[in-house]
Write a protein that binds this ligand. Structure first.
Ligand code: DAH
Length: 346
């Protein structure tokens, strides 16, 4: 190529190359295209002005301008493709603050369950679980709740439609309490026993602020040859103080459960009004916390124990109710709606 032909574009290629190297975004690339190939660019002006050139230069300048135009277009296209496949590199700003990761946490019912279990483990209790789909035999019969006994009505129950794999053990149901696990353990083990049974239970209750058709219980059972009602009181009072604080007052109120005799309900002094009466305790000054009693001789006989030589106590409590009292939660349904605004508070 002659000097005359290259001179009009002297340094243009180097300037384009330098500008292209700087262009790391789509906008910058477009600015380079406008500058070097746009209507007001040197190349465009040269092509437009070809007619005014002397004939001997016209062909050379025209050819050179077209070469540059094609080469610039090709390099711009390459650079555009390179940017498109590596967008992150261009977009990464290491000085921006990071995005905080939301931290998960244990559900308040799980935490209360753990706190309850932790009170008993140092006393030598062993944690055992049992099935949620249960036979009538364990949920009722062996717990001294005969088929025609009116107390069955207190334990409204979800019966399962699946046929019972062991018809001799009655129909299948969703257990209405954790007490059947007492029977399952006593059937296969000899005293001494000291067990704790956490788990889900089910009752066909309509949902309201204090009822849910599924909730959690913790059951306890101690059997040996000398455990007395005094031991029951001592263990449960110590448990309630460990869970609710050293100054917690408890009272044992006579009650009826088919599987214990004598039976009691345990109340603690209302934590809100300290016993004087308020809306949390229904003006009673006391909050019912759990059921308990000495294991009924019929229950001991039913599992083949010598009821004249062994004795023991049992207790059962609702975990959601205790979680509500610990945290001042007024509606049990909040535990199951899984709204993070609620769960984040624990
Ligand atoms: N199973 C009872 C219920 O669900 C709670 C209970 C009361 C369990 C007394 C016990 C007990 O082991 O001794 O209402």
């Amino acid at each position: 190529m002659s000097d005359a032909a290259t001179r009009p574009f002297g340094g243009l290629e180097a300037a384009f190359q330098a500008a292209l190297a700087q262009a790391t975004t789509a906008q910058a690339l477009e600015a380079v295209r406008i500058k070097f190939l746009g209507r007001k660019s040197e190349v465009a002006a040269a092509l437009k002005g070809l007619g005014a050139l002397p004939a001997d230069q016209r062909a050379e300048v025209g050819k050179r301008a077209n070469q540059l135009k094609t080469a610039f277009e090709a390099r711009l296209a390459e650079q555009q493709a390179a940017l498109a496949t590596a967008p992150a590199r261009a977009a990464l700003d290491v000085t921006l603050p990071g995005t905080a990761l939301a931290q998960g946490r244990l559900h308040p019912v799980t935490r209360t369950m753990d706190a309850i279990l932790a009170c008993f483990v140092p006393l030598g209790f062993e944690i055992i679980e049992g099935p949620e789909a249960e036979y009538e035999y364990y949920n009722f019969d062996r717990l001294n709740i005969p088929r025609d006994h009116p107390s069955r009505e207190h334990f409204d129950t979800f019966f399962l439609e699946a046929p019972s794999p062991q018809p001799a053990k009655g129909r299948l149901l969703l257990r209405s309490h954790t007490s059947p696990v007492q029977i399952r353990v006593m059937e296969r083990r000899k005293p001494p026993l000291r067990i704790l049974v956490p788990g889900k239970v089910f009752r066909p209750d309509a949902l309201d602020p204090s009822h849910s058709f599924m909730f959690h219980q913790v059951e306890g059972l101690v059997v040996d040859d000398r455990t007395s009602f005094a031991d029951l009181k001592g263990v449960l009072e110590q448990f309630l103080r460990a869970l609710f604080g050293e100054d917690t007052q408890a009272r044992f109120r006579p009650h009826f459960f088919p599987f214990t005799e004598p039976s009691a309900e345990v109340d603690i002094a209302c934590r809100v009004c300290r016993g004087t009466g308020c809306s949390t305790c229904g003006q009673k000054g006391w909050l019912e916390i759990m059921g308990c009693g000495m294991v009924h001789p019929n229950v001991l006989k039913g599992v083949g124990y010598d009821w004249q030589r062994v004795q023991g106590f049992a207790f059962g409590m609702g975990v959601e109710r205790i979680a509500m009292l610990r945290h001042g939660v007024k509606d049990i349904r909040l535990f199951f709606e899984n709204d993070v605004r609620f769960l984040e508070q624990f």
